[in-house]
Design a protein around this ligand. Structure first.
Ligand SMILES: C[S@@+](CC[C@H](N)C(=O)[O-])C[C@H]1O[C@@H](n2cnc3c(N)ncnc32)[C@H](O)[C@@H]1O
Length: 301
C-alpha cells in the first residue's frame, strides 16, 4: 500500500494550493453531476455528499467514520448538515492539520488497520477516493491484490453492526487498460503508456483495482452490494472544473507557485508532478477508458 511518505508527496505537497483553489474543506474526488453539467462543481459535490449520507442512512447523532477524509468535505457535510458525529482519518499530515484547524475530529492513521479498540464501532463508514492507494505496485506484482482488498473488508466488518452500510468510490482500471510492462515515462507523450506512467508519478505506491468486480468479489461474503454506478463522465467534468480553479488567479497562490520554481529545475519527481498538472492524465485515462470510476454501496451481512 502507499506509505505515509507517498501520501504526503501526493497530498501535503499541494495542501496550501489546494485549499486556496478549492476552499478550506474542498473535495478531492469525483463529484456527482448525474449528467447535469449545468450544475456548479460545488453543487455537484454537495449532491454527492447527500447521496452518500442518504445511502448510509445517516441521521442526527449517527456515528460516522470517513476513511481517507482528505480536507474534510464529507465530514463537514455529515456533521454540519446532517447532525452526525464524525471521525476522519487520513495519512496526509497537511490534510489532518488543515482539518483540525477547521474544527474537524481527524487523526493521522492508516484506515485499513482501525479496530473497535481505537474508536468503538460506527453506524456508517465511507471511503471516498481512498481505495486507490490500498494496493502497491509491488503487492500487485506479487499477486497479493485480492488479499489486500479482502483483508480490508475483514477489518471493516468489525467496525459496523449487521445491516450497517459502507460507501466507497474509487478509480479502477477500465476495459482498455494496458499491461503493466508497457507503462513508461519514456513512451510517446500522447500514448496510454505515458499517461498511465504520469498517474503512477502522481500516486506513487498505488495500483488500482481491476474494475468494480474485483472490489465486489473481495467484499463478499461479508458484505452484500446495495448499489453501483459509474462516475466516469462526472469525473471528467470534475477534473475540468479543478483545472480552472487551480489556474484562477490568487496572489498568495501565485506566490506559492513562484516559490516552487527552484524545485522544478532540480527535482525529478516534482517535475513529473508538474507534468501531471499540465496534462491531467486522469482525465485522459477516463476518456480513453484505461480507467473507470465507480460508486459502490455495501451492507454488512
Ligand atoms: C483522493 S483523496 C480523497 C479525499 C477525500 N475523501 C475527498 O473526497 O476529498 C484520498 C485520501 O485517502 C487518504 N488515504 C489513502 N490511503 C489511506 C490509508 N491507508 N489510511 C488513511 N487514509 C488514506 C489520503 O491521505 C487522502 O486523504
Amino acid at each position: 500500500m502507499a506509505s505515509q511518505q507517498d501520501l504526503d508527496f501526493t497530498y501535503t505537497t499541494i495542501d496550501k494550493v489546494f485549499r486556496l483553489s478549492m476552499g478550506e474543506t474542498g473535495d478531492y474526488s469525483g463529484a456527482m453531476y448525474n449528467g447535469d453539467f449545468s450544475l456548479t462543481l460545488e453543487q455537484a459535490q454537495e449532491q454527492k455528499h447527500k447521496f452518500i449520507a442518504d445511502s448510509l442512512n445517516v441521521k442526527p447523532g449517527s456515528k460516522v467514520l470517513d476513511m481517507g477524509c482528505g480536507w474534510g468535505p464529507y465530514l463537514t457535510y455529515a456533521t454540519k448538515k446532517r447532525g452526525a458525529i464524525g471521525k476522519g482519518v487520513t495519512l496526509s499530515k497537511g490534510q489532518a492539520e488543515a482539518c483540525r484547524a477547521n474544527g474537524l475530529d481527524v487523526d493521522i492513521k492508516d484506515c485499513r488497520l482501525i479496530t473497535p479498540a481505537d474508536y468503538g464501532t460506527f453506524d456508517a463508514v465511507s471511503c471516498i477516493g481512498g481505495m486507490e492507494h490500498f494496493c502497491s505496485i509491488e503487492q500487485y506484482l506479487a499477486g497479493d491484490q485480492d488479499k489486500v482488498y479482502a483483508d480490508f473488508f475483514k477489518n471493516l466488518y468489525e467496525l459496523l453492526p449487521v445491516g450497517g452500510r459502507f460507501y466507497m468510490q474509487t478509480m479502477v482500471f477500465g476495459k482498455n487498460m494496458i499491461p503493466y510492462e508497457e507503462i513508461s515515462l519514456d513512451a510517446p507523450k500522447d500514448s496510454d503508456s505515458y499517461m498511465l506512467a504520469l498517474m503512477i508519478a502522481q500516486f506513487p505506491g498505488s495500483w488500482l483495482p481491476y474494475g468494480p468486480e474485483q472490489v465486489i468479489r473481495n467484499a463478499q461474503p461479508l458484505f452484500k452490494l446495495v448499489s453501483q454506478s459509474s462516475g466516469r463522465l462526472d469525473y471528467i467534468e470534475t477534473i475540468g472544473q479543478w483545472r480552472k480553479r487551480f489556474r484562477a488567479f490568487n496572489l498568495t497562490k501565485y506566490a506559492l507557485y513562484a516559490s516552487l520554481l527552484p524545485k522544478l529545475l532540480t527535482n525529478k519527481p516534482f517535475q513529473d508532478l508538474i507534468a501531471v498538472f499540465r496534462k491531467s492524465p486522469n482525465r485522459v485515462c477516463f476518456q480513453r477508458e484505461t480507467m473507470e470510476h465507480y460508486r459502490l454501496v455495501f451492507e454488512k451481512v
